[in-house]
Design a protein. Structure first.
Lengths: 172, 357
């Protein structure tokens, strides 16, 4: 793939050079977005677990949430490595995980925000407005990072594939 | 265009040890200069002073007429290739080669063009996505050279770049450096302790010992007309044979042997009559069928040549490099003839030359 000779003329074409650089430079934009998605996911669950009221979170749901967090971080990390190499399949995985983050907004944050709990005769909302806004933002940003990373990688991998084909080489 | 002038350079370390004494040299544009000498002779220190990695204790360094003695290394427009390659293991070949330009925040398209061009020159195009660990020693050294080429520096500095390679690879990479020099026509300063590299690569060689320049000249000048005993002994493989001899009656008399001189040699040594001098004979200047009685102690066949180790006269060691495959046995006596002789002043160790007589 890489030993394809390039004519002097093509080396003066900026668009060609931009595409050609992708043969040797990793897709750091998508990769960094994926890592950013992990960071916001961490902010999300730290924000939830440190603010339990009574024992509201001690249910099977929170167990599943912890497991999902671990799986999410593992898969997003794998995806960040995959998209770095312009692998198209990781765009799909990253997009699914991004959609998953949006869905999660409607599970714990929304439920906790609409639930009141009484502890020692004091009734309060499990998740206040400020915390709810914060957690929603964290999940939304995490989702946006996943989706943006997936979209960028998809576009770049298709461009690279077409570029390599135009050079007469084989795709990665 | 890059002319380098080293004027009276001295290097004195904080502990008062002087590593380089009064180094003077003018390097022309496009010249490949090789600094050669044994370990600790000051050649790498000189190179590092030129690179700006060592302070210059005294003297001046001029690049294209501009004094750069106090200029920081990064501003000298020189690129250095190190013995240990100094590549970043976590980066690909492409990233390694592009690194210095990326730090300078050059246009990525320009960087890309330069890296591709350098890779093409060095035959690394198919290796650009690999990490240094996936490359052979020779390829890694080429990457290190590529990193220098992309910068398009005024002067290339090489600090024993082939020392980590095995003999076969060293030969191949040496030829690549020579081709690279011919292609780039760049000024290059190359440090080595390997005289083969020095003789094959250099436009001019600087032979150093104990921090002092012993001789500057073309490879042929150093081989054919060594300035002193050190250069004569250092350049040439196997090294030159040396004997203390007395010049008397048209002959040189050593311990248990005598060497006849021709008319020209007698004229050359006219002023040395009755004095002791040092006779130097290169092993390859000896051939069979002569007056020198050599008792063979070891016979080494190299295929095209045979190295005959033995004693001359009263126990003087001698090595002769004879053409062809010879089958001397230990204890055999071979009569050798000396085709060419070198003469040195025993006190000053300088070569005895016509103009001095």
């Amino acid at each position: 793939m890489n030993d394809t000779r390039i004519t002097e003329e093509r080396l003066e074409d900026k668009v060609f050079l931009r595409k050609d650089r992708m043969r040797y430079i990793k897709n750091t934009a998508s990769s960094r977005l994926a890592l950013l998605a992990i960071l916001f996911n961490v902010l999300f669950f730290v924000s939830i677990y440190k603010s339990d009221v009574g024992s509201y979170y001690y249910t099977i749901l929170i167990g599943a949430s912890i497991l999902y967090n671990l799986v999410f971080m593992l898969l997003v990390f794998l995806s960040s490595e995959g998209v770095k190499q312009y692998k198209k399949s990781y765009s799909l995985l990253l997009a699914i995980l991004g959609i998953g983050q949006i869905v999660r907004i409607f599970i714990i944050p929304l439920n906790a925000h609409s639930t009141e709990i009484t502890v020692k005769k004091v009734t309060s909302i499990v998740m206040g407005d400020a915390q709810f806004t914060r957690t929603v933002i964290y999940l939304a940003v995490s989702a946006a990072c996943c989706l943006a990373g997936a979209a960028i990688n998809l576009k770049k991998s298709m461009t690279l594939k077409a570029h390599i084909a135009s050079l007469g080489g084989q795709s990665k | 265009m890059a002319e380098l002038k080293l004027q009276h350079l001295d290097k004195i370390y904080d502990n008062k040890v002087q590593a380089v004494f009064d180094f003077n040299m003018d390097i022309k544009d496009g010249e490949l200069i090789v600094l050669v000498g044994p370990s600790g002779c000051g050649k790498s220190t000189t190179l590092r002073m030129v690179a700006g990695l060592e302070d210059i204790s005294a003297g001046h360094l001029l690049l294209d007429g501009k004094d750069i003695t106090q200029t920081a290394a990064k501003d000298r427009d020189m690129a250095m290739v190190f013995q240990n390659y100094a590549l970043y293991g976590h980066m690909t070949v492409y990233e390694n080669m592009a690194f210095s330009l990326t730090l300078r925040k050059e246009d990525p398209n320009v960087i890309h063009k330069k890296v591709l061009a350098a890779a093409e020159i060095l035959g690394l195009t198919s290796q650009l996505n690999k990490k240094p660990a996936q490359l052979s020693g020779g390829q890694r050294q080429r990457v290190a050279m590529g990193r220098s080429i992309v910068r398009n520096p005024k002067v290339f500095l090489f600090d024993e770049p082939l020392s980590n390679l095995d003999a076969k690879l060293r030969g191949a990479t040496r030829r690549e450096i020579l081709l690279l020099h011919k292609r780039l026509k760049a000024t290059m300063l190359y440090v080595t302790h390997d005289q083969t590299e020095a003789l094959t690569l250099a436009d001019r060689i600087v032979c150093m010992s104990m921090g002092r320049v012993q001789q500057i000249g073309t490879p042929l000048e150093l081989y054919d007309s060594p300035a002193n005993l050190f250069v004569a002994g250092f350049i040439g493989l196997p090294p030159m044979n040396f004997y203390n001899v007395l010049f008397e009656d048209g002959t040189l008399k050593g311990k248990g042997f005598a060497v006849e001189l021709d008319g020209e040699e007698k004229d050359l040594l006219g002023n040395w009559y009755g004095k002791e001098i040092v006779l130097g004979i290169r092993p390859e200047d000896l051939e069979e069928g002569g007056e020198l009685p050599v008792k063979v102690t070891m016979n080494e066949n190299l295929g095209m040549n045979t190295l005959v180790n033995g004693t001359l006269g009263d126990g003087n060691r001698i090595v002769a490099k004879l053409r062809g495959w010879k089958e001397f046995r230990n204890g055999d006596t071979a009569g050798l003839k000396c085709k060419r002789k070198h003469f040195f002043d025993k006190d000053t160790t300088n070569a005895i030359r016509k103009e001095e007589c």
